[in-house]
Write a protein that binds this ligand. Structure first.
Ligand SMILES: Cc1ncc(C[n+]2csc(CCOP(=O)(O)OP(=O)(O)O)c2C)c(N)n1
Ligand SMILES: *[C@@H]1O[C@H](CO)[C@@H](O)[C@H](O)[C@H]1NC(C)=O
Ligand SMILES: [Mg+2]
Length: 567
């Protein structure tokens, strides 16, 4: 007879056989042993301070590596904290496996410690949610979770492990291990559909390509770049599609986004969904009769919101090769009127941005801070960003030249993702792209959601540069004087504006808790000094708090950012 193995060790070995490399989490009953066994087996474990942030880190490493990261949590409250993260991963279509300990099965229904309907709670936010009934079924469920999270549209999976299963021992020779899940099969579009797409593109007067994060996840950068080069078509990226083709490419019309969407007559979507980020493909943001050619790996995504003209189902990289082969060289370069209209608008918008960035009067505005930051950071940096104005203005000013180098609040618009994403990015850089920098640009409110992950960042000595763009509030706040005037003699809960945070908070002093010194900046020279020191040090975290004008605004927009129905 061979040796016995407990559920914990079966779980860890199954994860390892599936190629899982990173685990993020918080331990407690009954999963302490899982984290310890994972480390012993060589799985990199990062202990975090809140399960939500751990889950953000796990899904970001999944997006960056293509292999799901694991988030390990305890029963009850630990599991419930992770659900925001699960929903975020599912919404972004990023691979993630959450593993939750749960109370012993023989106490079910009796008010067991942290008893909670965990499999049911996770199910709406997952592609697969299950509890292996026995120790010997764990390898099957782990293999199935890996397959569910990476095949078809990527997403999240949940595996529930009661304490009694984690500790139960079975003879090793009764176990069946599953081989590493093969990479997802690649589907091409039928050549007839490719021909239809190309005919439509050729007939277009005002064609536009939109590059989504599906193209980034699908590693289609070389193919999309070739397609853009050969076709000569103007393009713009979605927020996390940035960098698949460099933002500063001459055919990028992101600076004329509203006009490009509104006036295009044929739009080719490469791994981008017609959800709120692309204003549902409908008026008033698009022409009423615009035609969509949609490339997606999920058939249910087609004809959502508007009926498309051509649906190309399959792998975005393979289909982009098909399109590149079928499209004639530079057929659109003759279409100078359309390009001219877009370029004029781009120039006008870029001039407004440059004027605002050039205004370095104090208190600073967003544009001055973000443009000066951009000019200092290496162009291959991974940029993590969240906040409202901070993130939106940063999307325009912080250009990406490489794919998967922008991580932000994404499809679900979640605040609190930044530090978890940055932790994952720092590990990815350490292990796969040494020398790159991770720059995490946070609104002051956004930073607060997962602020204690600063301890995690210091504990693992991750060289992340965190820049807080501090305007004393959510979208904006008040100066110290106005804040105290507003509340003078009043009940603070009645008088404090809901969008305001404590004025002039010295978030940089959080660094002193971890025996470091942060930077407080109110001027451009101070910002430059702080960033250059951070980049020079290079081997440790840096926390920079930049005070800006609490009344600073985004430049005037042609449309409300969120397209609303007229109810
Ligand atoms: C989890 C979550 N809670 C609340 C919100 C609503 N919300 C949107 S942006 C934002 C914060 C914006 O403030 P800040 O991060 O300081 O950026 P700013 O616009 O001030 O630059 C909040 C709370 C959200 N998107 N996600
Ligand atoms: C704190 O930092 C100083 C140098 O800045 C160093 O000498 C000291 O050892 C550090 N203390 C701890 C506990 O790390
Ligand atoms: Mg703010």
């Amino acid at each position: 007879m061979g040796d016995d193995m407990d559920g914990t060790h079966v779980l860890v070995e199954a994860l390892q056989r599936q190629g899982v490399e990173y685990m993020f989490g918080i331990v407690g009953i009954p999963v302490v042993e899982v984290a310890v066994a994972a480390q012993r087996a060589g799985i990199k474990y990062v202990g975090m301070r809140n399960e939500q942030a751990a889950c953000y880190a796990a899904q970001a490493i999944g997006y960056l590596t293509g292999c799901p990261g694991v988030c390990l949590v305890v029963s009850g409250p630990g599991l419930l904290h992770v659900i925001g993260g699960l929903a975020n991963a599912q919404s972004n279509c990023w691979p993630l496996i959450v593993i939750g300990g749960s109370s012993d099965q023989d106490q079910e229904g009796m008010g067991a410690f942290q008893e909670c309907p965990q499999v049911e709670a996770c199910r709406p936010y997952c592609k697969y949610s299950a509890r292996p009934p026995t120790v010997d079924t764990i390898p099957y469920h782990v293999a199935k979770a890996v397959k569910s999270t990476t095949y078809g549209r990527p997403g999240a999976a949940y595996i529930d492990l009661p304490g009694n299963i984690l500790s139960h021992r079975v003879p090793e020779d009764t176990l069946t291990w599953f081989p590493k899940c093969p990479p997802p099969p690649i589907a091409l579009a039928p050549s007839r559909a490719i021909a239809e797409a190309v005919t439509l593109l050729k007939s277009a007067k005002r064609p536009l390509v939109i590059v989504g994060k599906g193209a980034a996840y699908g590693h289609a950068e070389d193919e999309v770049r070739s397609f853009i080069a050969k076709s000569g078509l103007p393009f713009l990226p979605t927020p996390m599609g940035k960098g698949v083709v460099p933002d500063d490419h001459p055919q990028c019309v992101a600076s004329a986004r509203s006009r490009a969407l509104l006036e295009a007559d044929v739009v080719l979507l490469l791994g981008a969904r017609l959800n709120w980020i692309l204003h549902f493909g409908r008026p008033p943001r698009y022409a009423k009769d615009v035609k969509f050619i949609h490339v997606d790996l999920c058939p249910e995504e087609f004809h959502n919101s508007v009926t498309g003209s051509v649906a190309l189902l399959g792998d975005v990289r393979a289909i982009t090769i098909q399109l590149t082969e079928a499209v004639p060289s530079g057929p659109f370069s003759s279409n100078t009127a359309w390009r001219k209209r877009l370029d004029e608008k781009s120039m006008a918008n870029m001039e407004i941005n440059a004027a605002m960035a050039g205004d370095t009067s104090e208190p600073l505005n967003y544009y001055a801070v973000l443009q000066n930051l951009y000019e200092m950071i290496p162009s291959d940096s991974v940029i993590v960003s969240e906040g409202a104005n901070t993130m939106d203005i940063g999307r325009t000013l912080l250009l990406n030249k490489l794919p998967r180098h922008r991580l932000d609040a994404g499809t679900f618009g979640t605040m609190g993702v930044g530090l978890g994403f940055a932790i994952a990015a720092a590990l990815w850089v350490r292990d796969y792209a040494p020398g790159k920098r991770v720059i995490c640009v946070e609104g002051d409110s956004a930073f607060g959601f997962s602020g204690m992950e600063m301890e995690t960042i210091y504990r693992y000595n991750l060289p992340i540069v965190i820049v807080i763009v501090n305007n004393n509030g959510i979208y904006g706040g008040f100066s110290e004087e106005m804040f105290s005037d507003i509340r003078e003699g009043m009940d603070t809960t009645i008088a404090t504006p809901p969008m305001s945070l404590l004025p002039s908070a010295h978030y940089e002093r959080i660094a002193t808790v971890f025996n470091d010194t942060g930077y407080f900046c109110q001027t451009v020279p101070q910002l430059k000094e702080a960033v250059s020191e951070a980049l020079r040090k290079g081997d440790k975290p840096t926390l920079i708090n930049v005070m800006i004008n609490p009344m600073a605004q985004r430049k005037a927009q042609d449309f409300d950012w969120l397209t609303r129905s007229k109810l």
